[in-house]
Write a protein that binds this ligand. Structure first.
Ligand code: AMP
Ligand code: ZN
Length: 502
């Protein structure tokens, strides 16, 4: 059984035991969204994946500083340092000030994250708020011999960096610099400012129409996209921190270039563990706006899309995401969402049943007691194995079945010790709500539910009394009336329980 947390480190392509730099503390940086349009569901999957990682680290008792940035400048339309800045382009199209674009889509992003019950990061820095620090890093890279200026723009010299074996360019993404150079011969002609086609911009001179611009020693311009993450991660988490995450489409060039920048400026990469979340697909194909194979979070929640038969609540979608490991692709289909809806309900219903078990606990431990404890240990072991949510969820479902059996009297409640019942309540709650981050959306929670619970308790008491008095007519009348109301009464060893439906 896995007692220690292991994480899949993309840099070394293997699972490693997680050891934080400072005992009891974790520094985690995740590349946030570029806020030039509504957040799409693929982005949400990545951020929900890291939300679960964040939550689990806290569950393990770590004090986590979670930094997730907002990209509000420097992300060009094309990875090869060409095209318009995404924010500036949207500002032009919508006739807005660039910061209005940033505010509008940051607000939208936060709203959606809240609906998914994702916790806010500890710090959410913006690229435009860290221009001075980015200029400083560019200067350090130049001073160390790995950056060169051409016509007011500054480029990172990938070939010199690779030749000096300063770092291992391509180690993260598996790309070879020779191939990169060969691949982009055509681009070289267009980008004659670069010494080698694999070089990338760390500072760009602004063209006259470019509105996002700042003074620098080289030109009035703006920072290259990769630079912000090198700068903001280390500013808030230190020169070396624990975990750097993002979607796996960012491995190259974004993260590869981040490692190169940090290494060129301070001698080593930024973090000990690189974690990458995999992509969201729909009906087996990459989710993409250009060919219509896409659905927005709102469309998914309301059901206003040809891709779904109805709307699914944010918690059902979150549950659906949990059913696949973060490093595997996740395929969104209507059938899978329908199944997730049932699964989510079962999980929440079992939590309600668990609350009702409280008073029936027996004093002696038996096999059931052992099984419950084993399942709780196993659920944690699955999470320790690189945050394996589908497997942990499987264990929690096994617990849910046991809870239902205990409630229905199919398993003997007197075999469960009071201590185990207490642990079960705490663990079940911790997994479902704190770690998986689900909320009870079934609509039967809160005051309404406690009123119903109270009424049902009273009715069951009346029926038990009638049965004790051999008043079968009253007892049957109560059962039949409840049936009419779609409430099933079940008589078990530990008394009568009730369920709505079936
Ligand atoms: P962006 O706003 O494009 O910079 O992306 C923000 C985050 O969402 C990054 O970590 C991306 O890797 C991630 N991301 C983008 N598209 C998808 C997708 N289809 N599935 C999962 N994650 C994605
Ligand atoms: Zn980044």
């Amino acid at each position: 059984m896995e007692n220690e947390l292991r994480v899949y480190n993309s840099l070394h392509r293997k699972k490693e035991i997680f050891k934080p730099i400072h005992e009891g503390h974790v520094g985690m940086y995740v590349c946030g969204p570029t806020v030039y349009s509504d957040v799409h569901l693929g982005n949400c999957r990545t951020f929900v994946s890291f939300d679960i990682i964040y939550r689990y680290l806290m569950y393990l008792g770590y004090k986590v500083r979670y930094v997730r940035n907002i990209t509000d400048v420097g992300h060009l339309e094309n990875d090869a340092d060409t095209g318009e800045d995404k924010i500036a382009k949207r500002a032009r199209l919508e006739q807005l000030e660039p910061m209005e674009v940033v505010q509008k889509y940051s607000n939208g992003f936060h709203d959606i994250m809240r609906m998914f019950n994702a916790l806010e990061p500890s710090i959410e820095p913006r690229a435009t708020g860290h221009i001075l620090e980015q200029i400083e890093m560019v200067q350090e890279i130049i001073d160390n011999g790995y950056g060169y200026e051409k016509n007011g723009s500054v480029y990172f010299d990938t070939l010199k960096y690779a030749e000096d074996k300063k770092g291992n360019y391509g180690e993260l993404s598996g790309r070879k610099i020779e191939e990169l150079i060969a691949e982009s011969r055509d681009d070289l002609k267009k980008q004659d400012e670069k010494k080698h086609p694999s070089d990338f911009a760390i500072w760009m001179k602004a063209s006259p129409e470019h509105i996002l611009r700042w003074n620098s020693p080289w030109s009035v311009g703006f920072p290259g996209w990769h630079l912000e993450c090198s700068v903001m991660s280390t500013k808030y988490l230190g020169e070396t921190f624990d975990i750097h995450g993002g979607g796996n489409d960012l491995k190259f060039p974004h993260h590869e270039n981040e490692i190169a920048q940090n290494t060129a400026s301070c001698g080593h990469g930024p973090c000990n563990y690189w974690l990458h979340a995999n992509m969201l697909l729909m009906n087996g194909r990459k989710m993409s706006k250009s060919d219509g194979n896409t659905i927005s979070p709102e469309e998914l929640f309301t059901g206003e899309s040809p891709h779904v038969s109805k709307g699914y609540s944010p918690m059902v979608v979150r549950f659906f995401m949990l059913q696949t490991h973060y490093s595997s692709t996740l395929d969104l289909t209507d059938e899978a969402l329908q199944a997730a809806e049932k699964g989510y309900r079962r999980l929440i219903e079992a939590n309600k049943s668990l609350a009702k078990l409280h008073n029936h606990a027996g004093p002696s431990a038996g096999k059931v007691d052992q099984d419950l404890n084993d399942l709780m240990d196993l659920a944690q072991a699955e999470m320790n194995d690189d945050f394996n949510t589908p497997k942990a969820l499987g264990r929690i479902f096994e617990l849910a079945s046991k809870i239902n059996s205990l409630k229905d009297g199919h398993l003997p409640m007197n075999e469960v010790s009071a201590e185990t019942l207490e642990r079960l309540e705490a663990s079940y709650h911790a997994f479902v709500f704190d770690i998986f981050g689900l909320k009870d959306e079934t609509g039967a929670s809160g005051d309404d539910n406690s009123v119903l619970d109270g009424v049902m308790e009273f009715i069951i008491e009346m029926r038990t009394e009638a049965r004790a008095n051999k008043d079968w007519a009253t007892s049957d009348k109560i059962r039949d009336k409840m049936k009419e109301l779609n409430i099933q009464l079940k008589d078990g060893k530990d008394g009568t329980s009730w369920t709505v439906g079936e």
